[in-house]
Design a protein around this ligand. Structure first.
Ligand SMILES: *Cc1c(COP(=O)(O)O)cnc(C)c1O
Length: 395
């Protein structure tokens, strides 16, 4: 890119999250290969940006464009993602004694999950850098989002999924015209095939955190949490963790907002990692439990069946810096939590979101979270795609 454009983005460079080495942001570098750790995006935030600038802007994630990486607004590939509702969970709270419990309902995003934020950003940036073909390994929702945004950008999409993924996720990708490939294994195996396709066809690989821009989309959840609470932060945030982009992104947003002066003298929320007993590499790592990766299995919460998190160091940092913790719930608890929450609140909870409700009850029992605290559950997707997993009867 040698054309000069007037840009609102304050992007300055990329840097390796392990060694700090800097990389240019206007070229497609071999993103994954510095220290084999994620690259992150840095912005020039020294010149202050007044948050009143946001007034009157579009009600989606692009309202934060100064702290997003896309230079030319013509490259934004958008379906209206972001600014999802922050819902009070009053009936669940009354029945269980909570005083200030919220659900951020990410199921209302395009393609029914918060993956839309990350893929909208990644595809926009890929378009800006001249990409015409993308490949992604996915447990389901990322594939649907990639397919939709590639369709919108006029790019070719290849999606690689575990063969056991519920049919709706596969057909969603086909609906948007993507090529779907199925693999006998979990998402880590899909990742190996994605690498092959990247090498064979020159397709741009959008694997979680091996590409630096998805996280920039997901971090907008953090900006919205602050803005929706009038620039105050909650005490506790529970996050259903697979690859961890969301939890790393939310934390990145909180730190950027502190530098920007958008949040002042706020105590940072405790960030809680929730996983399933069936597949808990991040929880094990944080709690110091030895892991046998080969024992990890599929889950009714597809997004949590990630046997190896590329960004594990960053997730560990978030949990420890924030004074948070990590815990698992069982498959049966996930099912129960999802159904209970849906029945009580009328919110279309995905199984990943349902896991959080059960995790919260456990944390209260253990005395690690108080019912008086301001708590946010991140419902990362719509429950509609998971009805097959829940097997409610009526055949
Ligand atoms: C992908 C996914 C997750 C896990 O997200 P990460 O940010 O990769 O940890 C959780 N819930 C749903 C519904 C997902 O699609």
């Amino acid at each position: 890119m040698n054309r000069l454009i007037a840009t609102e983005s304050r992007i300055s460079h990329l840097y390796c999250s392990a060694c700090g080495k800097k990389y240019a942001h206007y070229t497609l570098t071999d993103f994954a290969h510095c220290c084999n750790k994620p690259l992150l995006v840095e912005y020039d935030l020294e010149a202050k940006i007044d948050r009143t600038l946001l007034e009157g802007r579009e009600n989606n994630m692009w309202r934060y464009r100064e702290v997003l990486p896309v230079l030319d607004s013509d490259n934004m590939v958008s379906l209206g993602e972001g600014m999802t509702p922050m819902l009070r969970a009053d009936r669940v709270s009354d029945a269980n004694g909570f005083k200030d419990l919220y659900v951020k309902d990410e199921g209302l995003n395009p393609t029914g999950s918060f993956k839309a934020r990350g893929l909208s950003m990644a595809i926009s940036k890929a378009k800006e850098l001249g990409v015409t073909e993308c490949v992604i390994p996915t447990a389901g929702n990322a594939g649907g989002a990639l397919s939709a945004y590639c369709a919108r950008a006029g790019m070719k999409a290849t999606v690689i999924m575990p063969i056991i993924t519920p049919k709706i996720f596969k057909e969603e990708c086909m609906f948007y015209g993507a090529e779907v490939m199925l693999v006998d294994g979990l998402i880590d195996k899909c990742g190996s095939l994605a690498k092959e396709i990247e090498e064979e066809r020159g397709a741009f690989n959008i694997s979680t955190l091996k590409e630096p821009y998805r996280i920039e989309g997901k971090k907008t959840m953090g900006y919205e949490i602050a803005e929706q609470f009038n620039w105050k932060l909650p005490d506790v945030i529970l996050y259903p963790t697979g690859g961890g982009t969301g939890i790393i992104g939310i934390w990145k947003a909180f730190k950027e907002m502190t530098r920007l002066g958008w949040i002042v003298d706020e105590k940072m929320p405790r960030m809680i990692v929730v996983q399933t007993e069936s597949c808990s590499p991040v929880v094990n790592e944080i709690l110091g439990i030895t892991t046998d990766e080969s024992k990890f299995q599929k889950s009714i919460a597809n997004g949590l069946a990630v046997p190896k998190a590329f960004g594990i160091d960053l997730i560990r940092e978030v949990v420890s810096e924030s004074g948070g913790t990590a815990l698992t719930v069982s498959e049966e608890e996930i099912r129960e939590g999802t159904l209970e929450f849906g029945r009580m609140e009328g919110i279309s909870v995905c199984t990943e979101g349902g896991a959080l409700w059960m995790a919260l009850k456990k944390l209260v029992e253990r005395g690690e979270v108080s019912k008086e605290e301001k708590i946010v559950l991140m419902n990362t997707g719509t429950g509609l795609k998971y009805l097959e997993n829940l097997e409610l009867g009526l055949r």
